[in-house]
Design a protein around this ligand. Structure first.
Ligand code: SAM
Length: 281
């Protein structure tokens, strides 16, 4: 387990993933009934972009900074995400002065209502320690230091019978696609109506294709939602794109994604090879 999200916090892939996450949370909050969120690979909670790991790569400059620069041209669906980032940076006048970037568990905890719950799972001891500190102020968020793949079936179904599982592995080991697929299948058997959001990296289409082949598609269907900041290329040094599979997506998220993806892609594009895809599974 060498992956440290601090090197990538606020990059274009975080923007794509966290925008979709906030759309899902907004849809879950639209009903009065409480919901549960399981974040199986949660990371440290939030990140200081001025620290060495983040400032050395400078990835947020091509991600969240571009989104703030384009804010007035973006559809309303981006507002909850940008407002949450602002809440973590009180007094920020200029988005270029952005210091703190929220990870998925902070965004989720910040969006919970009184009776909603978050279980945030992180296997790396130091990341789990930081996560406990990051979420200490949220009374309905709990941190578990354990394996996220095993946590999925064991923590589902939730007593609320409504909810979301976010699965955001580092994909640093060759078995992570099969572990993800097994965890999702086992989790869906226990909680067939829950929504699942599975992030994957794009350099080429291999990981996305392998996931689509191995994941179960529930009755309410699924979506494959991707952006490419440049053309997929197996020789690329870093990621060329970011993908998310949604199982049991919550209506009308497909419309919001279709409206937002062209502008998101235009905002984050590195060159003419940029593009996006939204497909039903
Ligand atoms: C991509 S990062 C998570 C980023 C976070 N979801 C966000 O959006 O802010 C992946 C995290 O998974 C953790 N991790 C790696 N293997 C794990 C496992 N088997 N179970 C749980 N966490 C794991 C890593 O330590 C890392 O913090």
């Amino acid at each position: 387990m060498n992956y440290r999200h601090a090197f990538h916090a606020g990059n274009f892939a975080d923007v794509h993933k966290h925008w979709i996450l906030m759309l899902l949370l907004e849809r879950l909050s639209a009903k009065d009934k409480p919901f549960f969120v399981l974040d199986s690979h949660a990371g440290a909670g939030f990140y200081d972009l001025t620290r060495d790991e983040s400032s050395r790569t400078g990835e947020a400059a091509d991600g969240i900074a571009h989104l703030f620069a384009a804010e007035t041209r973006l559809p309303d669906s981006f507002a909850p995400y940008l407002e949450a980032v602002r809440r973590l940076n009180p007094g920020m006048d200029d988005p270029n002065d952005l210091r703190w970037y929220p990870g998925s568990p902070w965004l989720i905890a910040d969006a919970l209502r009184q009776d909603d719950r978050l279980s945030a799972v992180e296997a790396h001891p130091e990341q789990a320690r930081l996560l406990k500190e990051s979420l200490a102020e949220f009374r309905n968020a709990r941190v578990y230091e354990r394996d996220g793949y095993e946590a999925i079936p064991s923590m589902l179904p939730p007593k609320e019978k409504r909810g979301l599982t976010l699965i955001d592995p580092p994909y640093e080991n060759s078995d992570e696609v099969s572990r993800t697929a097994k965890a999702v299948s086992d989790g869906m058997k226990r909680f067939a109506t829950g929504t699942m959001a599975i992030w994957y990296p794009i350099k080429t289409h291999d990981v996305g294709d392998a996931l689509v082949e191995s994941l179960p598609v529930p009755d309410r269907g699924g979506l494959r939602c991707e952006i490419f900041v440049t053309a997929p290329d197996s020789d690329a040094v870093g990621l060329t794109g970011s993908g998310m599979i949604l199982l049991n997506p919550i209506w009308p998220i497909e419309d919001r994604l279709r409206e937002g993806l062209p502008l998101l892609c235009e905002t984050l594009a590195r060159d003419g090879g940029a593009g996006w895809r939204l497909e039903a599974l």
